[in-house]
Write a protein that binds this ligand. Structure first.
Ligand SMILES: NC(=O)c1ccc[n+]([C@@H]2O[C@H](COP(=O)([O-])OP(=O)(O)OC[C@H]3O[C@@H](n4cnc5c(N)ncnc54)[C@H](OP(=O)(O)O)[C@@H]3O)[C@@H](O)[C@H]2O)c1
Length: 334
């Protein structure tokens, strides 16, 4: 497995990380045994970076990862690096209630995550969305205290803009920013990526398949369960979806010439953005994981990249990447 560095201060991680969110319900029901088998298969293949959040299934995802780690061979378990998000508030019905980045809350969230995961430290710890009521310096400062005490190894950020990145980096060393970055989600390229590169901070890119849209397996009349993120995602609605699937068809023609799948080509494109970009793939079955890992064997030449750019130009997607209420929570979109 190729490795990449999480910034100038972070750890070496596998070039692809496994995003575990879908194992706890964001895309409909998931099979627990298959989810655990997927984590095991990822570790076996040399994936070391596992991404989770304490709010994914209100602790469900962390308990699942903890179980998967305990039942994995010791050598694989020891290689695993846990990247954990916190701060999103939930309720018993599964509703969302804003974000909490207060120092006392940071330490409280971390204490519960350590217990649920069954580990003695978290490798990368990050606030999931900026808390508008708490300066980033206070939240990052609280994580830095956890680093000093050995409970956390590295500090990450999630979906924040360039100015917040600078303020965070002036407070403590930052390993990476987690942000949506894909062929059809190019927002970070304008200001955020150059800032990260100036400061030696890596990107862990999520949504590299735009929630499965860039997999080539979504139909124009597909229906999603109300609990599925895509039921409310602007990119998966009506005319937007029809338009976006024409982009997928264009990408499919290039993928076929490369002997790759659409998903592999989309992941390979994100991999081609630089050694400081680590795509997280949201696989929850071994089959999907195997396909995603195949992207590591796809080399895109300059001609391929130019063909992809022509087929799927930046800003070509119809619809925002989140519904309006969720867009409003993104410091990265200000
Ligand atoms: N920081 C943040 O704000 C944030 C936000 C969202 C996610 N994340 C993290 O990033 C990870 C990845 O994000 P994501 O899951 O939203 O994005 P994604 O990888 O773009 O999309 C996942 C979706 O793509 C489908 N898929 C995956 N591999 C496929 C393949 N080879 N062929 C066809 N379809 C495939 C999955 O299918 P199935 O439905 O069949 O499994 C799933 O529905 C998450 O697990 C989470 O850890 C972070």
């Amino acid at each position: 497995m190729h490795t990449r560095s999480l910034g100038t201060t972070g750890p070496q991680v596998s070039a692809l990380g496994l995003g575990c969110m879908g194992m706890s319900g964001m895309y409909g029901d998931a099979d627990r045994a298959e989810s655990i088998a997927t984590v095991h298969a990822a570790l076996e293949a040399g994936v070391t970076l596992l991404d989770t959040g304490d709010f994914y299934g209100m602790g469900h995802n962390e308990l699942l990862i903890g179980e998967a780690l305990r039942s994995a061979p010791a050598a694989h378990r020891d290689n695993a690096l846990l990247s954990v998000k916190f701060g999103a508030l939930r309720d018993p019905e599964g509703g969302w209630g804003g974000f909490d980045g207060r120092p006392a809350a940071v330490k409280n969230f971390a204490a519960y995550s350590l217990q649920r995961l069954g580990v003695d430290h978290l490798d990368v710890y990050r606030l999931s969305r900026l808390d508008p009521d708490v300066p980033i310096e206070e939240t990052v400062g609280a994580i830095a205290e956890l680093v000093e005490k050995g409970w956390v190894r590295h500090i990450g950020l999630s979906e924040v803009g360039a100015e917040t990145v600078r303020r965070a980096a002036a407070t403590a060393p930052i390993a990476d920013l987690q942000i949506e970055y894909a062929l059809i989600s190019r927002g970070p390229e304008k200001e955020i990526l150059p800032t990260l590169r100036e400061l030696g901070i890596a990107v862990t890119a999520y949504g590299v398949l735009s929630r499965g849209l860039l997999s080539g397996r979504v139909a124009h009349d597909q229906r999603f369960d109300a609990t599925d993120f895509r039921a409310h995602s602007p990119r998966f609605q009506g005319d937007n979806l029809r338009h976006n699937l024409t982009l997928v068809d264009s990408l499919r023609r290039i993928a076929e010439q490369k002997g790759a799948t659409v998903a592999q080509t989309a992941i390979a494109w994100v991999l081609s953005r630089g050694e400081d970009v680590v795509p997280l793939v949201g696989a929850r079955t071994r089959e999907r994981l195997t396909e995603a890992l195949g992207a590591l064997e796809v080399t895109l030449t300059e001609a391929d990249l130019a063909a992809i750019e022509a087929a799927v130009p930046a800003d070509a997607a119809a619809g925002e990447r989140y519904a309006p209420a969720q867009m409003a929570m993104l410091d990265s979109e200000r």
